[in-house]
Design a protein around this ligand. Structure first.
Ligand code: NOJ
Ligand code: CA
Length: 537
């Protein structure tokens, strides 16, 4: 049985700007998160990952930081953050902060100093290069469109930015930069945070000689600029391993903290971030569910491939959504979003939920004059903008979904009168009650977090697997199709149906057993689980 909190726990991502506004400026704040803690504990999550809340010009909504050791006035004050940590801990909920080490804001005093003169003591904290006779130092592109190099008129050199030009990359080959960022980590660890989600981790170290990236033969119209070249030299360099181990050593000096890496790489490279002898991050975010075709064979191979790729002793994790990706209900549809919930919460390893997905919130179309995300502004019309998945949390059917009493910074989803916390709490058939029941079942049945995974062939487009630990043995069967399917479950006859994605379910397995359209079930032998769940609700 797994005891470490970040192994058996469930992580919930809060995008603070969009969670709950308590001072009527249309933007969520720290006080709003504090007020939501009772809801989050009712839901049953164990840890909050809070996207950046530090002072920032907000060119990339907090991922452009101008002061790492303070709180943005938009969100509150340091005292509000301390209160959040205290109140969360009082409820046995952990708090994970976003650490953004790859780049600062161009208004950060470090960069202001660095760009002031070639002789600045901070010059080498960033990546400054001379251009080639015909343009920038090399062909590297920004993740948000256009070249990754920006010309500086004052000092007549280019600086590198993997993201917006307002987000200059730090030079992680400089030991002073490493020391400075480690001090930032200690500052927040001393304030009681339980860990960090490290932004853009695979970007930190770039090729020492800045070679051109090779052309991507698969690039075509409609794709973002970043796809023009393969990111061979601009990211994921071998030297990253030692840097990650250094960051890990910082958190290891404190008890019971977690380090999570944001890494968008193919599986084989992703798992390298667990590090030699597991000295890397505890959890390199596994985003594969976001990109795998939504059918049983594709999902089954993904799970097998991931399980096979994990180094010995490495703890798995799964992500269904975040503030950069289309919401799951929009990707797979409302009915299959219920299957996705059951999948996420019955797979081996730590699940991460994105705020609002537990309600079935969908992407919200943003009118052109309301667009906020700079990526959409830089590369319009390609559907790259991330505003649609960042709209206000839907709390109730009152004005602005109970998120604010003033104009919200992004429009509220049109479905908010039905799709909101208040309504769904009272509806046994809602997505919210399904999530809560799944979370409660996962807590009740440790085999779901840590038990062995065994694929079970049940039929066409059915994803089925057993989870086994000690005496606990569970079968999960997910119908990825929208028509009913009879299934043969001889060895499970008479066993309880612990949970279904449908509101109505049989108490136990009888033959013939039918999986309804878009239905998922958890079947298990422990008879008191249902009572435990009912008792908790
Ligand atoms: C990843 C973050 O999740 C995203 O929102 C941000 O724009 C980039 N990193 C740059 O910090
Ligand atoms: Ca506010």
């Amino acid at each position: 049985m797994v005891t470490t909190w970040w192994k058996h726990g469930i992580i919930y991502q809060v995008y603070p700007r969009s969670f709950l506004d308590t001072n009527g400026d249309g933007i969520g704040d720290l006080q709003g998160i504090v007020r939501s803690l009772d809801y989050l504990t009712w839901l049953g999550v164990d840890a909050l990952w809070v996207s950046p809340i530090f002072p920032s010009p907000m060119a990339d909504f907090g991922y452009d930081i101008s002061d790492y050791c303070s709180i943005s006035a938009t969100f509150g004050q340091l005292a509000d953050f301390d209160r959040l940590v205290t109140e969360a801990h009082r409820r046995h909920v952990k708090v994970i902060l976003d650490l953004v080490p790859n780049h600062t804001s161009d208004r950060h005093p470090w960069f202001v100093d660095s760009r002031s003169s070639r002789a600045s003591s901070k010059r080498d904290w960033y990546i400054w290069r001379d251009g080639q006779p015909d343009g920038p130092p090399n062909n590297w592109m920004s993740n948000f469109g256009g070249p990754a190099w920006e010309w500086d008129e004052t000092t007549h050199q280019f600086y590198y930015h993997a993201f917006l030009k307002e987000q200059p990359d730090l030079n992680w080959r400089n030991p002073e930069v490493r020391m400075a960022m480690q001090a930032v980590m200690r500052f927040w660890l001393d304030h009681g945070v339980d860990g960090f989600r490290i932004d853009g981790l695979w970007h930190l170290i770039k090729d020492a000689s800045f070679r051109d990236n090779p052309v991507n033969a698969g690039y075509g119209p409609g794709q973002p600029d970043i796809n023009r070249f393969l990111q061979v030299h601009s990211a994921d360099q071998p030297e990253i391993a030692d840097l990650v181990a250094e960051l890990r050593a910082v958190v290891d000096a404190y008890a019971d903290r977690v380090l999570i890496g944001e890494i968008y790489l193919p599986l084989q490279r992703l798992v390298a971030y667990y590090g030699k002898d597991l000295e890397g991050v505890h959890l390199p975010f596994n985003f594969q569910l976001l990109f795998t075709a939504w059918n049983a064979p594709a999902l089954a191979s993904l799970i097998e491939e991931y399980e096979r790729a994990l180094p010995v002793g490495a703890w798995p994790n799964w992500v269904l959504g975040n503030h950069d990706q289309k919401r799951v209900a929009t990707r797979v549809g409302d009915a299959q979003a219920r299957i996705a919930a059951m999948l996420l919460l019955t797979l081996r390893g730590t699940p991460t939920l994105y705020y609002g997905d537990e309600l079935g919130m969908t992407n919200v179309p943003i009118p052109p004059d309301a667009v906020q995300d700079s990526w959409e502004k830089n590369e319009p019309g390609l559907g790259l903008g991330r505003d649609p998945q960042r709209t206000p949390m839907q709390w109730s059917k009152s004005v602005h979904a109970g998120f604010t009493d003033q104009t919200p910074w992004l429009p509220v989803g049109a479905n908010y009168r039905q799709c909101n916390v208040d309504e769904e709490k009272g509806d046994p058939g809602s997505m919210l009650i399904l999530y809560r029941s799944l979370i409660a079942l996962r807590r009740r049945m440790p085999a779901l977090a840590g038990g062995a995974y065994r694929a079970v062939p049940l039929g066409e487009n059915i994803l089925a697997y057993e989870r086994v630990e000690g005496d606990q043995r569970l079968l999960i069967a997910l119908n990825l199709d929208s028509d009913a399917k009879p299934v043969r479950l001889p060895s499970w006859a008479g066993t309880d149906v612990l949970l279904s994605t449908r509101t109505v379910k049989p108490a136990s397995v009888s033959m013939p057993f039918v999986l309804h359209a878009d239905e998922g079930v958890v079947i298990g032998s422990e008879t008191d689980v249902e009572q435990a769940i009912e008792g908790a609700s």
